[in-house]
Design a protein around this ligand. Structure first.
Ligand SMILES: [Zn+2]
Ligand SMILES: [Zn+2]
Length: 218
């Protein structure tokens, strides 16, 4: 399992990085990205903490990525903050997309897919096909999520991504220990979103490819 979207006590998660990473390792994870909720006020401290969490890589033989999830950031500021995150040494930048279960500002999805510093648009809700095409051409992956609530549009996201040729990834958006999943469960979630077995496998390969390119640039 490669999971590129999780939270710790540094935002609204329940676990310390060490607890999260240890539990992920026990479930068979090869890599996990720590992507706590970030805006202008906490981006530096989160990325500092995330980089420190890489000490767990050696201890538990698992890859730990330092990331952020830009959350409810005004759309016009998303590109600037994403670039700032990369400058500060973030491995990965996720944007909290327009999930139908939160009042995310309109144009958040568009700002995310237009920004080359963004790696994943999380739970993009009713993303338009045009936005998905922009994501495809800019290499930004759209997320199929394990998280209850956000997952109500998984089937729609899968359909639009297929039509637009955008790449999908499967993430957990873990906040609590029971949110972590096995690779088999990730395949089930992808299949449940309407992907074929082959498309589900491809979604997991997309996470692997993204991880490889991140590690090359470290
Ligand atoms: Zn959260
Ligand atoms: Zn999240």
């Amino acid at each position: 399992m490669i999971d590129l979207h999780t939270h710790t006590i540094f935002s609204d998660g329940e676990l310390l990085p060490s607890e999260l990473v240890r539990r992920a390792k026990v479930l068979g994870y090869k890599a996990i990205a720590i992507t706590d909720h970030a805006d202008l006020t906490n981006i530096e401290s989160l990325i500092e903490a995330g980089k420190k969490a890489r000490y767990l890589e050696e201890g538990y033989d698992i890859t730990v990525l330092a990331g952020v999830e830009l959350t409810h950031v005004p759309p016009k500021m998303i590109a600037k903050l994403a670039a700032r995150a990369k400058e500060l040494g973030a491995d990965i930048v996720v944007v909290h997309g327009e999930t139908p279960v939160e009042p995310v500002a309109p144009l958040t999805n568009l700002a995310a897919v237009e920004c080359a510093d963004v790696d994943i648009l999380a739970h993009p809700g009713f993303i338009t096909e045009e936005e998905a095409r922009i994501a495809a051409s800019n290499g930004i992956r759209l997320e199929i999520t394990a998280r209850l609530g956000h997952n109500i549009t998984n089937g729609y996201v899968a359909q639009v991504a297929r039509a637009a040729g955008a790449k999908l990834v499967v993430d957990t958006d873990t906040h609590a220990p029971q949110d972590l999943i096995t690779r088999e469960r990730a395949i089930q979630i992808a299949r449940g979103a309407g992907l074929s077995s082959q498309e589900a496998e491809e979604a997991l390969i997309n996470s692997k490819d993204l991880l490889s390119s991140i590690l090359k640039n470290r």
